[in-house]
Design a binder for this molecule. Structure first.
Ligand SMILES: *[C@@H]1O[C@H](CO)[C@@H](O)[C@H](O)[C@H]1NC(C)=O
Ligand SMILES: *[C@@H]1O[C@H](CO)[C@@H](O)[C@H](O)[C@H]1NC(C)=O
Ligand SMILES: *[C@@H]1O[C@H](CO)[C@@H](O)[C@H](O)[C@H]1NC(C)=O
Length: 558
């Protein structure tokens, strides 16, 4: 490095380039790295949510039998209606602390199996539904600074049972809860907008025929529908092979999109995954684009129950939903994948991680674990440049595994229990209680010289209002490849990261800060334009320089 370049700032292209378009990382030889965090956390990580105090709430279900983690101080859960253990002194939920790598048991009172969740604007996690005695319960978890906070349970608070439903946080701070097994409807949390008259409870259940129509007899293939809130305020819903735009305020289907080509279902148990690609709020008009990857061909579930494990789907589809006549653009992944998790990386790329090459979701129905994650770069031109295949994990991550983006840019990976109980022996894929993280190639130390480090930041950001942040870069800064984005942490389960979204923010100006801060820069920024683009709440803010992200810092959008 030439000394005179250190800490220098090049403005050359700053105002002409879209800063979200980052140059491709070198695709050769940089395959990321896995790290085992815990050989066992005592439970299998079926559901995960990162909270704004850098702790991750993880839970599975109560009716797997005893877990490998005791409840604290001799506590036991006494639940006469549990289908397996009526007195259970083990935990089925933990709180994992990223900074210390420690975890502690939490206590759920009723069955949380195959449930859903979303974080409220105030940072409290709202978990909805489950199975059996838990299928109409709501549970909240409010992050705390001590070691005592736990789940609070609100029995019978949902209007319908919600087992395999999906949730989305809305611009007004409510949560919409869509579908679930044999539920062709949706409801909200809270049920009423404050100040509006309440009416009877059935007034608050909204029928959605689309869910009935996409429900394949017995095999469903429309559970855990993919939900994405669009910048126009409507809700995009994908189920099976079809997708619609729902105006949930009027209970009106605004539009139906073409079916995804190929005829392969993409939702549970043919579990593919889906993301809303990063929204670029630097543009006058945002072009939202949905991406769906993987799944399993029709009939795979029935075939798998008879021992025939059909090759999973290898295609991804992208749909520009705001176009007048949108059509799916299809691409091929390097390997087929069912039960993959699609996670938005701070770089704006998509990681597809976990899952299997054959079979479907469901007990004992997946084969051929795909242990290598892939990265997809949505903005690269040639398809050959879009995908890269990364280092394999030593652990199969099949049914009931999950993944979530961490504050520092790693991906937390855990779970895999394709059995009705915790089964560690005499099964092809033993229950996995481990927790791992995957460091994507951008975390490679060779990029440290150009990696931004956030120094200070306004903790609260208002819609459309300016805010300020400062950061440093060890080597020189090229302002033309600078970008700032916020990421909403996901509630991940069953291969779908609910509420995950990324918004690229508008940079108004960049300044070099005076000493004593070495190599420090200031950015004046504009908050997200609307609550439809970024619903209120906590987001991770990343500064990206030449494709290399800083560690994330929490901001509250309001
Ligand atoms: C969980 O506990 C069982 C029973 O004590 C034991 O056999 C098994 O090895 C443990 N598994 C893990 C991953 O700790
Ligand atoms: C957030 O709001 C919910 C619902 O009103 C409430 O139960 C929870 O305690 C609040 N959390 C915080 C951190 O204030
Ligand atoms: C898992 O273990 C339970 C007992 O703990 C047993 O009944 C069941 O058959 C086992 N499942 C498999 C697939 O072996």
């Amino acid at each position: 490095m030439i000394k005179s370049l250190l800490c220098s700032l090049s403005f050359s292209y700053f105002f002409s380039l879209v800063t979200s378009q980052v140059p491709p990382l070198n695709p050769a030889g940089r395959q990321g790295a896995w790290q085992l965090l815990h050989a066992s956390v005592g439970i299998s990580a079926m559901h995960m949510q990162l909270l704004h105090n850098n702790k991750v709430i993880i839970f599975d279900r109560t009716d797997f039998g005893p877990s490998n983690l005791s409840l604290p101080s001799g506590l036991c859960r006494i639940d006469p209606s549990d289908t397996v253990l009526q007195t259970d002194c083990t935990a089925h939920s933990i709180l994992y602390d990223i900074s210390t790598n420690a975890f502690r048991p939490l206590m759920v009172q009723t069955d949380t199996w195959c449930s859903s969740g979303a974080v409220l604007p105030n940072g409290t996690l709202v978990q909805t539904g489950g199975y059996n005695d838990g299928d109409r319960n709501i549970r909240t978890f409010t992050p705390c600074t001590d070691e005592y906070c736990d789940w609070i349970e609100f029995p019978q608070s949902l209007l319908q049972r919600r087992w395999y439903a999906s949730n989305q946080i809305l611009p007004d701070g409510r949560i919409i809860i869509v579908g679930g097994r044999r539920q062709f409807n949706y409801e909200f949390y809270p049920q009423n907008i404050e100040g509006k008259s309440s009416g009877s409870s059935t007034d608050h259940i909204f029928g959605l025929n689309f869910l009935r129509e996409t429900n394949d007899y017995q095999m469903e293939n429309n559970l855990y529908p993919f939900l994405h809130l669009l910048p126009d305020g409507n809700l995009f819903i994908f189920a099976n092979t079809r997708s619609i735009l729902l105006d949930y305020n009027q209970n009106r289907v605004v539009k139906e999109f073409p079916q995804i080509p190929g005829g392969d279902p993409r939702n549970y148990p043919s579990s593919g995954s889906s993301v809303l690609l990063p929204l670029d709020d630097q543009n006058e008009a945002i072009e939202p684009e949905i991406m769906v990857c993987g799944g399993a061909p029709k009939g795979s579930f029935t075939q798998a129950t008879q021992g025939n494990f059909i090759r999973a789907t290898s295609t991804c589809g992208r749909l520009k939903v705001s176009h007048a006549n949108p059509s799916w653009v299809m691409e091929d992944m390097p390997v087929p994948r069912v039960m993959g998790d699609m996670i938005l990386l701070p770089s704006g790329d998509v990681m597809i991680i976990n899952g299997a090459e054959m079979g479907t979701a469901g007990w004992e129905l997946g084969r051929g674990p795909v242990t290598r994650p892939i990265i997809y770069r949505p903005s690269n031109d040639g398809p050959d440049w879009r995908f890269s295949v990364l280092s394999p994990s030593a652990r199969p991550r099949l049914y009931h595994s999950s993944a979530a983006l961490l504050t520092d840019g790693r991906i937390l990976v855990g779970g895999s229990n394709p059995h009705v109980f915790y089964n560690f022996t005499n099964v092809e894929f033993p229950t996995d209680l481990s927790l791992e993280s995957f460091s994507p190639p951008y975390l490679s130390p060779e990029y440290d010289p150009i990696r931004p480090q956030i120094l200070s930041l306004d903790e609260k950001i208002k819609y459309g209002k300016s805010f300020w942040l400062s950061f440093s870069v060890k080597d020189y800064l090229t302002a033309s490849v600078l970008s700032v984005r916020i990421v909403a942490p996901s509630f991940t389960t069953h291969s779908f990261a609910m509420n995950q979204r990324m918004v690229v923010l508008k940079i108004v100006g960049v300044t070099t800060l005076l000493p004593p801060a070495p190599c420090a820069y200031g950015l004046s920024m504009v908050g997200p334009s609307t609550a439809e683009i970024a619903p209120p709440g906590y987001y991770l803010l990343f500064v990206l320089h030449a494709g290399i992200p800083s560690s994330g810092m929490w901001v509250k959008i309001e």
